[in-house]
Design a protein around this ligand. Structure first.
Ligand code: NAD
Length: 361
């Protein structure tokens, strides 16, 4: 039976990069003997243009009927696009927040991987990355400080702002389970990052993560304080496999980790809910400055498609093959403009997609 996949081309370079991911997914499906049935969904600016709203009930319902959704990116140039004349809750980004909420996507996955061929783009000293790195940050996305009660009041004549950081054990358990499940598909190591020397929420975090770890005897668990983790990410990134952490720490650490790879066009991401369902998208935005020029790097979206095969569809073999095909094409010296260097062949968005799809055949 065909596997139903939602495709959100979105805005800016979105349609160009999603088309290449679709091409690669079809090649993988052909090779590994499964059938994909794509359904195009509207979100963001494209949805505003078609319906007046950045997210419609129809898109939510259609997404829910899919096994996973692959997205390009949404949004336009805030200075010139008419979408940004609209009230905040009618702008493209409101659509993205809305769909994440509607689908209850509480686990955010951001891999950071250093390709041998792109080592020059890595801002770290070669000694720090001699053996490369390959990690995935699993960030809790719907709780913690960003979702706690907040207010500003005057106390004793002074303006005083309060934000609250709350986690209950169930919220911690479900994200920890995701991290351990992912570790089982990788090198079986989880580094849980917290601030347990100061925060109560972190002490509960640690206790619940320990409980979950008991169900995964094959996985090695270590705890690390967030300040130490921030240092270790630039000193010895190769030590990490799966980093599990709460919302705000994950927000900061995942940006830090992704910068160490040096190339925004290569970074995939996923947001998952309690089932196998996930929304997969590149970490970068819609790059309106290069939209329609056929020069965007489609690899982050193609790698997001590989993640979708692995984490939502359990097609690990096909996911591995896509990742190998990307590596192969880079080894052969093909580069889009954003990662191009002397001696390499510069290729367009669609040529890069075709090269990766061809390496799968
Ligand atoms: P951006 O990531 O779109 O672009 C930053 C820079 O990186 C630009 O110079 C761009 O050309 C380049 N770039 C990004 N992706 C690239 C790719 N695949 N290949 C080659 N170069 C690439 O960030 P921005 O300019 O701050 O945001 C543009 C729009 O994207 C905004 O509307 C923003 O809200 C939106 N955005 C959407 C998402 C999302 O859909 N999840 C995420 C971030 C930003």
């Amino acid at each position: 039976m065909a596997i139903k996949i939602g495709l959100i081309p979105g805005d800016g370079i979105g349609p160009e990069i999603v088309a290449e991911a679709e091409k690669v997914l079809l090649a993988a499906a052909d090779k590994y003997g499964f059938t994909l049935d794509f359904e195009k969904l509207l979100l963001g600016g494209a949805s505003i243009d078609a319906t007046g709203l950045p997210l419609t009930e129809e898109t939510v319902e259609k997404a829910k009927a899919c096994e996973a959704v692959l997205m390009g990116s949404i949004g336009g140039d805030a200075k010139t696009s008419p979408w940004y004349q609209l009230p905040a809750d009618k702008r493209p980004e409101a659509g993205l927040l809305g769909i994440r909420k509607a689908l209850n996507l509480f686990a955010n996955l951001r891999p950071a991987y250093l390709y041998d061929e792109l080592k020059d783009a890595c801002p770290l000293k070669p000694a720090m990355t001699e053996n490369g790195f390959d990690m995935i940050i699993v960030r809790e996305l719907t709780g913690g400080l960003y979702f706690g009660k907040r207010y500003t009041e005057t106390v004793n004549g002074l303006r005083t702002a309060v934000d609250t950081l709350t986690y209950n054990e169930e919220e911690i358990r479900r994200i920890a389970v995701k991290a351990f499940d992912i570790a089982m598909k990788r090198r079986k190591k989880v580094t849980s990052v917290d601030k347990a020397n100061v925060l109560d929420s972190s002490r509960l975090w640690r206790a619940v993560v320990e409980e979950v770890a008991a169900d995964y005897p094959e996985v090695t668990l270590e705890h690390m304080l967030v300040d130490n983790c921030a240092m270790q990410l630039v000193m010895n990134p190769g030590q990490f496999d799966v980093i599990l952490t709460e919302n705000m720490f994950g927000d900061i650490l995942s940006d830090e980790a992704s910068m160490t790879t040096g190339s925004i066009g290569m970074l995939s991401s996923a947001s998952l809910n309690e089932t196998k369902f996930g929304l997969y998208e590149p970490s970068h935005g819609s790059a309106p400055d290069i939209a329609g020029k056929n020069i965007a790097n489609p690899i982050a979206t193609i790698l997001s498609a590989a993640m979708m095969l692995r984490f939502s569809l359990d097609r690990d073999e096909a996911a591995d093959a896509i990742e190998k095909a990307v590596e192969q094409v880079l080894k052969e010296g093909y580069r889009t403009a954003d990662i191009w260097s002397e001696g390499c062949e510069k290729v367009s968005t669609d040529r890069m997609g075709s090269l990766i799809a061809e390496r799968l055949r």
